[in-house]
Design a protein around this ligand. Structure first.
Ligand SMILES: Cc1cc2nc3c(=O)[nH]c(=O)nc-3n(C[C@H](O)[C@H](O)[C@H](O)COP(=O)(O)OP(=O)(O)OC[C@H]3O[C@@H](n4cnc5c(N)ncnc54)[C@H](O)[C@@H]3O)c2cc1C
Length: 394
């Protein structure tokens, strides 16, 4: 645990872990310079993803037996946080891809899925997800669509609510009911390689923030390869690793965004102090306040990431207390992103309000609000409220 702490997550502002350092460098050299253009045009952050691919971050989470990088989830949480400080959309692409890589590594025990894992390493395949569905919203434990095994090949048609970077993905993973007679919660999980799926956009992606994720709605049609159907129910995948990895990787984005906002406020106040040596700018105390708030968010992320590693090693990821703590992590870090960016605006004033200023908080504030709805905080608080009624401990 000490080495993990020293390996990047102890002081997230300094990128010290191996994968985190790579992500930080991509952030500085590639993602940050393109971030405003990506945001303005609501376009895929192609240059950042290309750098991520060439630096082998796409296969970092795969074990060595699949020619992957052998990184832990803690390593990737740190890498996502580092990238998010520079461009939240690029970091979200990496985070969402890593969730699916984790699923394949942990639950992909078919020859087809193992071959897919090796191809992710060899070809730097980019993985997208189509779990949410029109009519279901954020409740991905249910599906309306169903796998049809009466056709040759098997088929799946899904009205996907959002598939981030679907048009740029090499593989799409999707939930569906096991068959047309199955209950909404009796779901399978399917991977489809490019060539085996069609995407017909059914919406645009002209949003307040996180515009580079290009998360349009699509009509998804899959010609299903039985070898790419996960051999366990989706509920097992979600409860045993996927849901937990998702909360950690996405929370890393919200912490990274808060750090980006705090960094602007900090730089602004330091510049003000340099202009009148010997005085403390009035808003310096607000920066100290932000720093304390940020420290809470960082500590929560570190604690839960390390707890993940510990529980994973004891095959106890489904621990109810941990599930509750991860929902709290998501609620806390996403509200931290909004709170810190708004506070930073108060500190930077008109310089933060202007779009063409080096202290501009425009993109960061808009991106941070995406954290609140991806997935709805009320949904998580509602789940925890129910769990707390049944549990003796809080
Ligand atoms: C940037 C971005 C990228 C995304 N990328 C993908 C992707 O790649 N793949 C994918 O499958 N999905 C993706 N999504 C969708 C996302 O995962 C959620 O499914 C979606 O944002 C939920 O949509 P919603 O707000 O309409 O639905 P809901 O979560 O259903 O929320 C709608 C409203 O109902 C309320 N509500 C719902 N349930 C409860 C409850 N139990 N208790 C209290 N209140 C409740 C909420 O507070 C909210 O007011 C993305 C979303 C965003 C913002």
């Amino acid at each position: 645990m000490t080495s993990e702490l020293n390996n990047g997550l102890l002081a997230p502002a300094d990128a010290t872990g191996e994968w985190e350092q790579i992500a930080w460098r991509i952030g500085v050299e590639v993602a940050a310079p393109a971030a405003d253009d990506v945001d303005r045009l609501a376009r895929f952050p192609a240059e950042a993803v290309e750098a991520i691919r060439s630096e082998k971050l796409l296969s970092a989470l795969l074990p060595k037996e699949f020619d992957g990088g052998g990184a832990s989830l803690v390593d990737m949480v740190a890498a996502v946080r580092a990238l998010a400080t520079h461009c939240a959309s690029s970091a979200l692409v990496l985070a969402m891809h890593c969730i699916e890589v984790y699923n394949i590594a942990r639950h992909g025990h078919t020859d087809g899925l193992r071959a897919l894992a090796r191809d992710i390493s060899a070809d730097g395949l980019l993985l997208a997800n189509a779990n949410s569905e029109i009519g279901i919203g954020g409740d991905v434990g249910r599906s309306i669509c169903a796998l049809d095994r009466t056709t040759t090949p098997w088929t799946l048609e899904k009205q996907a609510l959002a598939i981030s970077y679907g048009e740029n993905a090499d593989v799409v993973l999707a939930t569906a009911r096991r068959d047309p007679d199955a209950a909404e919660t009796d779901q399978v999980f399917i991977a489809a390689r490019r060539g085996d799926f069609d995407l017909e956009p059914t919406s645009e992606w002209d949003t307040l923030g996180l515009r580079g994720t290009c998360s349009r709605s699509f009509r998804l049609t899959v010609r299903v390869d039985p070898e790419l159907v996960f051999p366990v129910p989706f509920s097992d995948i979600a409860n045993d690793g996927s849901g937990q990895a998702r909360q950690l990787l996405l929370s890393a984005v919200w912490v990274g965004l808060a750090e980006a906002a705090a960094a602007k406020a900090h730089a602004y106040v330091r510049a003000a102090a340099r202009r009148s040596i010997g005085t403390t700018p009035p808003s310096a105390i607000r920066v100290a306040e932000i720093a304390a708030d940020l420290e809470e968010g960082r500590s929560l992320l570190v604690a839960q990431a390390l707890r993940f590693g510990y529980l994973e090693s004891r095959s106890d990821l489904q621990n109810a207390g941990f599930t509750m703590a991860l929902r709290n992590l998501k609620v806390s870090t996403s509200t931290l992103g909004v709170r810190t960016s708004t506070a930073a605006l108060g500190i930077c004033g008109i310089s933060g309000y202007k779009r063409d200023s080096e202290y501009s908080l425009d993109r960061i504030i808009r991106d941070a609000h995406g954290g609140l709805i991806m997935v709805s905080n009320d949904r998580y608080l509602g789940d925890n409220a129910q769990l707390l009624l049944a549990r003796k401990q809080i």
